[in-house]
Design a protein around this ligand. Structure first.
Ligand code: ARG
Length: 593
């Protein structure tokens, strides 16, 4: 469609020059003004003449009439003027043939904007916190992040996917104490990350109980409640802090335990990543930046950006209407922004990125806005290459998730449930257990991802498994089923696309060709907005157009040789574009379902 739009813009620019004089609007201006009319019966492409009316000093109705009379081209079957709009109808046969040829010639490169060639993008995504549950809240970062990586790869970027593991922090002091008091090596080896999470929850509860008891004891001794709260105390928490401190100082035993906790957690996350087909290029987590922060803190100090406030080191951001950015606590320990600044610096030095993308929940938007500003103040020339991509919250069947009360849905369980339910359906059609399991996995995993990526990322979503798995609705299984339908048609008629005719196409063929031709624009849009859901919605449009075509047109059994060839070629082109589009949102395309 882009090619045709460019052609129309060139025709328009000539016609405008001829009728109203040179230099009013460029072909690029006119290109940007072209629209797809919502009512397709009027035309396939339209030009609203209101802006032109200002520069040409005539009414839009007059302009549309004049231009309609002076434009004609074999690629267009009609050019008409309606109420100040100029409507273009496309010559269906030639257009359909050209779209098919374009898709089949470019193959899996069809739709790529190629805007990233020679450029590098680093994408920080998924990044779960070690020894804490990898739950449905991480689904967004994981699948939006991976889809953005695939989209950038498709556009020709050199992509570095980074899993910035939350592998450092006070939770490790707590885990070390909990493990020594209550844990055993065998148990953790057997239970994996679940065992670690159980220890973590247990020690948090125990600390809470000790603190509560200490407050109650103080109140009983006559201390006012507020003051008692301020002086609450837990011996376990003290021990955890001491172990944390030892770990930071490089204590050998604590370091070994820490490494082991990280490895156990990672092994568990890997299972989910493998299921989703996700691999990372770097697993450098928070701990990697321990020795890289002092240089950044010193630079902030040298630049006079640091201020001491109540003993803490901060950067003031009130001029930008933001709260202060905390760099060092009063005890000298570093914080989340400090680490992110050091990590961005390291990544720039290592990869010389043209763009660095961070995919996290929208709750972290302020954090990113703050440290992005700090990096700008530090004078790093790459400050404007940083992009935060936030997303909304997820609830399941209407209930909000809370890590603290244990009301979490693990990603692992979510996918397992989807796979189990799909295999109930597929096992009837696929008696071979191996084949059934493979299909159920692709469809079950795909259903969850597709459902999640159906909405604009900032929308809060409620996960309803029945909807995600529905074969009838606008779901992943429906899209994959449409792909499998293309495969089965082509299996019946495996000849190539030779002899595709230029003769007029049926409305369904033409509509399908038009939808196929819109793919490159949709990919560009998804990239520009960091919005994989643009691709998901496009897939649904394409499936709808294909299924209308399938129901209305004879394909394999079409008696006319040339039309049959065109319909088969359309099916092949649809199969190609569906496979590419599904891949871009992290879905597989099984040939059979
Ligand atoms: N580990 C963090 C979390 O689970 C996400 C890290 C995002 N990346 C970053 N560079 N801050 O909330």
């Amino acid at each position: 469609m882009l090619t045709l739009k460019k052609k129309i813009a060139a025709l328009l620019s000539d016609a405008v020059a001829k009728n109203y004089g040179e230099g009013l609007l460029t072909a690029d201006d006119l290109f940007a003004m072209l629209e797809y009319p919502p009512d397709k019966t009027l035309g396939d492409i339209a030009l609203p003449c209101f802006r032109l009316s200002k520069v040409a000093r005539r009414s839009p109705v007059m302009i549309a009439d004049t231009l309609a009379a002076s434009i004609s081209d074999p690629a267009l079957s009609a050019v008409t003027a309606v109420n100040g709009y100029l409507n273009f109808k496309i010559a269906t046969g030639e257009f359909t043939r050209r779209v098919i040829a374009d898709v089949l010639e470019k193959g899996d490169r069809y739709g790529s904007p190629m805007c990233g060639v020679g450029k590098t993008v680093v994408i920080d995504y998924s990044s779960p916190n070690v020894a804490k549950p990898f739950h449905i809240g991480h689904l967004g970062s994981t699948v939006i992040g991976h889809s953005l990586k695939l989209l950038h790869q498709f556009a020709g970027y050199n992509c570095i996917g980074i899993n910035y593991l939350g592998d450092w922090g006070t939770q490790f002091g707590k885990l070390i104490v909990a493990f020594r008091d209550w844990g055993s090596k065998e148990e953790i080896e057997q239970k994996g990350v679940d065992g670690l999470v159980a220890l973590y929850v247990r020690i948090n509860n125990a600390i809470g109980a000790e603190e509560k008891a200490s407050v109650e004891a103080q109140i009983a001794a006559g201390v006012p409640e507020e003051e008692a709260q301020r002086h609450k105390h837990s011996a376990l928490a003290d021990r955890a802090r001491a172990e944390s401190h030892k770990l930071e100082e490089g204590d050998k035993e604590n370091l070994a335990l820490w490494r082991w906790f990280v490895d156990i957690s990672l092994a568990e996350y890997q299972k989910t990543y493998r299921l989703l087909g996700i691999t990372f290029d770097s697993y450098k987590g928070e701990s990697f930046y321990n020795d890289k922060m002092p240089a950044q803190v010193q630079k902030l100090r040298d630049l006079g950006l640091l201020e001491i406030d109540n003993g803490a080191s901060i950067v003031r951001l009130d001029r930008w209407n933001m709260p202060v950015c905390l760099i060092l606590r009063s005890d000298g320990s570093t914080l989340y922004p400090t680490r992110d600044i050091a990590a961005a610096y390291y990544r720039y030095e290592t990869y010389h990125f043209d763009k660095a993308i961070y995919v996290t929940a929208a709750q972290q938007s302020l954090h990113f806005a703050q440290w992005f500003k700090v990096v700008e103040l530090m004078g790093y020339p790459w400050y404007d290459r940083l992009v935060h991509v936030p997303y909304g919250t997820v609830s399941v069947n209407g209930s909000k998730l809370a890590t603290r009360t244990g009301n979490v849905i693990l990603l692992r369980d979510l996918f397992a449930e989807a796979i189990r339910r799909v295999s109930e359906i597929t096992k009837e059609k696929h008696p071979d257990p191996q084949e059934c399991a493979e299909i159920a996995e692709k469809v079950g995993v795909g259903a969850v991802i597709f459902y999640y990526l159906s909405n604009n990322r900032m929308r809060d979503i409620d996960f309803v498994m029945e909807d995600a798995l529905s074969f009838e609705g606008n779901s992943g299984p429906y899209a994959q089923y449409t792909y499998a339908r293309c495969c089965s048609i082509l299996e019946k008629a495996p000849e190539t696309a030779d002899g595709v005719t230029d003769g007029e196409a049926s409305p369904e063929e033409f509509d399908l060709a038009k939808t196929l031709s819109l793919f490159p624009e949709q990919v560009a849009q998804a990239l520009a907005d960091y919005e994989p859901s643009v691709v998901t919605r496009y897939i649904l449009d394409l499936c709808a157009a294909f299924n209308r075509f399938y129901h209305e047109c004879k394909i394999v059994s079409c008696p006319d040789e040339k039309i049959r060839a065109r319909r088969l070629a359309l099916t092949r082109a649809t199969k190609q574009v569906l496979a590419t589009a599904l891949h871009l949102i992290c879905l597989q395309s099984p040939e059979k379902i």
